[in-house]
Design a protein around this ligand. Structure first.
Ligand code: GLU
Length: 478
């Protein structure tokens, strides 16, 4: 099936009730890729009608997170709470045409109804008890002082079908939607209470002329309800695409218990925007034959389509994310890496006024980084004098180790040296002490880094030389 006819307009509709969630970010990625692939618009709508749970700082976090990921949007975000008059007008239209009605059932009555259904092992559903009240019955409830919700008539006989871009032909029975649906919260009977999710989404998507609704598969039942509302309101329905859920290693929906769920968390762990955006695209989509798994969002947009989106849930694969992140970091120039690492180093209280030195350090560490957080651990020994490990002490105790280091120290000049000079000095020290070069190298590493592991030894030495730190560490270990 062709995915589009008219100019594509898609939207992300986050609720600002928390920080940018990885699931929302992945939905954003798919919407963005689809819009950019078709030269369409990617719009934002902030669904802030839940007054208690919505917070402006969450909206700010969501926008900032999207920006960080490289997901830009077209036009100012629509703020749902500013559109309540339109939502109420739509509800009035449904009331006027008899497609919606007031329900005076009290909370206690509804609870009693649900408990009875549960006791009889039946699925909970509203029994449509106030669907056809007579004018006298309504007056009697109002006289009792009862408030009313507004419910939308759902035809139990209805068969709702749509062609989902991910899941193909979908079919839902009106009888499985829980009975007449509340579209406005309880309010005095001469008013329209707060409009509810399914109604406002339809009104807003129609007003924004959204052509494709791309969202998580947890919304499938909502889609069936929303299609009934489009019909009742006489608005053309968009095309739907329901993307697979993100699952944890155990195959369960990724949740707070998995530790990292918000884009902030990934960022704090040292993942780059490029790797995370790349990885989120792979959570459910596979690139065409011959395309690498490491790509930019615009590379992916060029070839993106729902024909390559899986129906099955997408398992979160840390190894793949780590691999992508290391690829991104290895591609970074020392300048770019420094821009990423400097704030992290500063937060540790580490700084240097010597820009060239900082860039050399980045060039040294870059190839071994998996996350930016590794760039803290691996840089530590260049800013703080490390303790000598057991293994380092043992190495210093080896035959010929200290004399060789002593010989090197004798010839060590002050200030910076070149790699050639360093090699020469090593050669002389080895000759003087009568040890193998390997012994001196290993011992020098132990003295400089306090450990037998670490980055390239010669570069490490050259970096520690200008400040006198190389000399100080050698002296200390003697
Ligand atoms: N605010 C809803 C959510 O965050 C939007 C769902 C939709 O895309 O319609 O789940």
């Amino acid at each position: 099936m062709a995915e589009t006819g008219a100019a594509v307009r898609v939207r992300l509709a986050p609720s600002p009730t928390g920080t940018l969630h990885i699931g929302t970010a992945r939905t954003a990625v798919f919407n963005w890729l689809f819009a950019r692939h078709h030269g369409g618009k990617f719009l934002l709508r902030i669904e802030d009608t839940d007054k208690e749970r919505s917070k402006p700082e969450y909206t700010a976090n969501i926008l900032e997170g999207l920006q960080w990921l490289g997901i830009n949007w077209d036009s100012e975000p629509v703020i749902q709470s500013e559109r309540i008059a339109e939502h109420r007008a739509a509800i009035q239209q449904l009331l006027d045409s008899g497609k919606a009605y007031r329900c005076y059932a009290s909370e206690a009555e509804l609870t009693e109804m649900r408990e009875r259904q549960a006791a009889e092992n039946r699925a909970p559903r509203y029994d449509n008890r106030h669907r056809d009240l007579s004018a006298e019955q309504e007056q009697a409830y109002i006289a009792e002082g009862r408030e009313a919700t507004i419910r939308f008539r759902m035809d139990d006989e209805a068969v709702i079908t749509w062609t989902d871009l991910v899941r193909g032909e979908m079919r839902w029975s009106g009888a499985d939607l829980g009975g007449d649906m509340v579209i406005a919260r309880r309010a005095p009977a001469d008013q329209i209470g707060d409009p509810l999710y399914n109604l406002v989404v339809v009104v807003d998507d129609a007003a924004m002329a959204i052509t494709h609704v791309i969202r998580g598969e947890d919304h499938i039942a909502n889609t069936a309800k929303q299609l009934l509302l489009y019909e009742a309101l006489g608005a053309p329905a968009p095309v739907f695409a329901h993307t697979p859920l993100i699952l944890n290693k155990e195959g369960k929906k990724l949740s707070k218990r998995d530790g990292v769920t918000s884009v902030n968390d990934f960022r704090a762990q040292g993942y780059t925007a490029e790797a995370l955006a790349n990885y989120m695209t792979l959570l459910g989509w596979s690139p065409p034959e011959g395309m690498d798994e490491r790509f930019s969002l615009s590379d992916a947009a060029a070839v993106f389509g729902f024909d390559r989106v899986n129906k099955a849930g997408a398992r979160f694969d840390w190894d793949k994310l780590n691999w992508l992140n290391s690829q991104v970091l290895h591609e970074r120039s020392p300048e770019q890496l420094l821009a990423d690492l400097q704030p992290l180093w500063n937060a540790q209280g580490w700084s240097s006024a010597d820009q060239a030195w900082l860039l050399e350090l980045c060039a040294l560490l870059g190839p071994s980084l998996v996350t930016l957080a590794d760039g803290i651990e691996q840089a530590r020994a260049f800013f703080e004098r490390p303790e000598l490990s057991e293994a380092a002490l043992q190495q210093l105790g080896q035959d010929g180790a200290r004399p060789a280091l002593q010989a090197l120290l004798h010839q060590l000049p002050e200030g910076p040296i070149s790699a050639d000079t360093a090699q020469e000095l090593l050669g002389k020290a080895v000759a003087e002490a009568g040890v193998k070069k390997g012994v001196l190298m290993k011992t020098l590493r132990a003295a400089l880094l306090g450990s037998l592991q670490g980055p390239d030894l010669l570069t490490t030495w050259l970096l520690l030389q200008p400040s006198g730190e190389a000399r100080a560490r050698i002296e200390r270990s003697l």
